[in-house]
Write a protein that binds this ligand. Structure first.
Ligand code: PMP
Length: 344
């Protein structure tokens, strides 16, 4: 009999089942135990691999997608890369509409993964025919056999995390998790994971991380869409200037807002202390843990899981670039949080 070759069928078989890593140094003075769910271990280096695979496979099962069909989405980020990767393996064309604000590196990364990228003007209204939203919608209407992923308004986004991230965390913590902390962008990660976990134990506290300049926290507290909350910020991938239907606000117990500066320093600190070289929102999430600890959210018995959405290599031109940090004024004066200080 032939010996078995130990190989995966293709790269998609490696999506999910990401490791939970105990944090020790960065949380050493905090009450409770802290664990990071390191989504950078997905083959596309982010949590978005899960939704790309799930949404595409659901469309296949419903008979909406056939080989050679087209996937359309508006993103230059992790979702775009994940969709491009899944499309390569499954034989779809992947078209991504992005704004001219997206960095050249990001656009080249998407093209390297085989996506067709339309670069649209950044400073036009969403309903302008030149906007990336309008371009994606038009392409979807024009191209027969195309699927528009629409991650902010697609219920399958949260469902991907309900099916995978939630059960993984429940199993990895042997059902002992007391708190889930996750950044919210589309809200798919936090909503789907929280739904599964709260079904197992309704006492689990679910805490969302939002950016200053985003409407999510205020909306959660008041159910009002307050445009005064909207202003530019630098953290990419979390917070929003609209209310995504992919977010189930009822499953989130509270939101914490973090600043661009604190999140950047916290991400850098994660690398220096835990050897975890992760993205800007991972810094935001660990910063949120720090603020929650100060608010007295945790006690000795807390078992806290924090989601780390992506890898640090995507941020070489930003938080891991000393010039960029200086230009933002993030190295100026005394940093507000003494514990985040690192000697350079
Ligand atoms: N961090 C990063 C880097 C992301 O790309 C995203 C997705 N927009 C998030 C966090 C938030 O995840 P979600 O969209 O599932 O809320």
């Amino acid at each position: 009999m032939k010996k078995e070759i130990k190989a995966f069928d293709n790269i998609l078989a490696l999506i999910g089942n990401t490791p939970l890593v105990k944090l020790s140094k960065i949380t050493k003075d905090f009450k409770g135990s802290f664990y990071g769910k390191v989504e950078a271990f997905n083959p596309g280096h982010s949590s978005k691999d899960r939704i790309a695979l799930h949404i595409i496979e659901q469309a296949e099962q419903k008979g909406i997608l056939k080989p050679g069909d087209t996937i359309v989405e508006t993103t230059s980020g992790n979702t775009g890369f994940a969709l491009a990767m899944v499309s390569v393996i499954k034989g779809y064309e992947c078209i991504l509409a992005v704004t001219s604000k997206s960095s050249k590196d990001k656009i080249e990364m998407l093209r390297a993964m085989g996506a067709k990228v339309y670069v649209c003007p950044a400073n036009v209204a969403a309903d302008d025919p030149r906007s990336y939203y309008s371009v994606a919608k038009r392409l979807h209407q024009e191209i027969k056999g195309s699927v528009y992923i629409n991650q902010y308004f697609n219920e399958l986004n949260a469902d991907a995390h309900y099916q995978s991230t939630g059960p993984e965390i429940w199993e990895q913590t042997a059902g002992q998790i007391t708190h889930l902390v996750a950044c919210s962008g589309t809200g798919g990660t936090i909503s789907g994971t929280a739904k599964y976990l709260k079904e197992q134990n309704p006492n689990i506290r679910v805490i969302g991380v939002d950016a200053y300049g985003s409407v999510l926290k205020k909306y959660h507290e008041t159910r009002e869409f307050d445009t005064d909350e909207i202003y530019p910020y630098r953290i990419e991938g979390m917070g929003k200037n609209l209310i995504p239907t992919a977010t189930n606000f009822d499953l989130i117990d509270k939101f914490v807002k973090v600043t661009d500066e604190d999140a950047a320093h916290s991400a850098r600190n994660l690398a220096h202390t835990e050897g975890l070289f992760l993205g800007y929102t991972s810094g935001a999430a660990i910063q949120a843990i720090k603020q929650l600890e100060q608010e007295g959210e945790f006690d000795e018995n807390s078992i806290v899981v924090v989601i780390f959405p992506d890898h640090g290599s995507r941020y070489m031109a930003k938080i891991y670039n000393e010039d960029w940090m200086s230009e933002q004024g993030f190295f100026d004066a005394v940093h507000t949080d003494e514990s985040l200080k690192i000697e350079y």
